[in-house]
Design a protein around this ligand. Structure first.
Ligand SMILES: Nc1ncnc2c1ncn2[C@@H]1O[C@H](COP(=O)(O)OP(=O)(O)OP(=O)(O)O)[C@@H](O)[C@H]1O
Length: 232
């Protein structure tokens, strides 16, 4: 279980998150929704160790891991698929997977990635930057399958993709949710995120404004809260 407890964090320009607490239980999908600029990406960066919080704690199974570096958190099973994909654009598909595979596990990882995403198998020797947006996103998502993580932090993985590819991506996330890997999902497709999620948090201007199960809140209420936030 991954827990962010009473997190306050921000940048030189100011505080972004104030006293934010969220829990990602084992084998659960947690959707983190909220309007632009609410602090969702910032919260994922705190969870993966890229941004140190000013106060608060990160806990894995109750153990305080707040001071661990990103690569140490990755070793503990936290896999971050950042906005903008986080792949190595000048490397081939195969080399990207090689870098993500656990030591000594490259061949098995390549096999796993290409069985989940056959398109990656067809493009194994292609340089990542020359692939379509959807293919690049599959490569980024394959990290969640090959690295053997416990929790995957997914930052707007559907961003900028055609509706058909978005559908495919959600189908993969659905598959992923059947394995014993948890997801913390930041998504602009609120309806799809609600369908997939076991728990939902809404972040508004750096604070949690709703925490509960998807059945407790409608897509319409969420969209209205986005509009309210923009208007004020
Ligand atoms: N590296 C940075 N330096 C300074 N300010 C930043 C930095 N990154 C983000 N911010 C600011 O922090 C606030 C929250 O940004 P963040 O990207 O976390 O929001 P978000 O909820 O993910 O938004 P979006 O849905 O638009 O991606 C914004 O006001 C943003 O301008």
């Amino acid at each position: 279980m991954l827990e962010l407890r009473n997190i306050t964090a921000g940048y030189d320009t100011g505080t972004v998150l104030r006293d934010v607490s969220i829990t990602v239980p084992d084998n659960a999908v947690v959707a983190l929704l909220g309007p632009n600029g609410a602090g969702k990406t910032t919260l994922l960066r705190v969870a993966s160790g890229l941004l140190k919080p000013r106060s608060g704690q990160i806990l894995i199974d109750g153990e305080d891991v707040t001071n661990l570096k990103p690569h140490q958190l990755a070793k503990r099973g936290v896999c971050h698929v950042p906005e903008g994909r986080g792949i190595f654009p000048s490397l081939t598909v195969t080399d990207n997977i090689r870098l993500q595979a656990p030591p000594g596990n490259f061949k098995a990882s390549l096999k796993k990635a290409t069985s989940v995403f056959p398109r990656l198998g067809e493009r194994a020797n292609q340089v990542a930057r020359t692939m379509s947006g959807g293919e690049q996103q599959m490569l980024a998502l394959s990290y969640a399958y090959v690295g053997n993580p416990r929790v995957v932090l997914l930052d707007e993985v559907s961003m900028g993709l055609a509706p058909k590819i978005v559908e495919e991506i959600f189908a993969y996330l659905h598959d992923l949710s059947k394995s014993n890997i948890s997801q913390l999902l930041v998504e602009q497709y609120v309806g799809q995120a609600l369908q997939l999620a076991d728990y939902v948090y809404i972040l508004d201007r750096g604070r949690i404004s709703f925490a509960g199960e998807p059945g407790e809140i409608s897509e319409e209420t969420i969209m209205n809260s986005y509009l309210g936030s923009l208007a004020s």
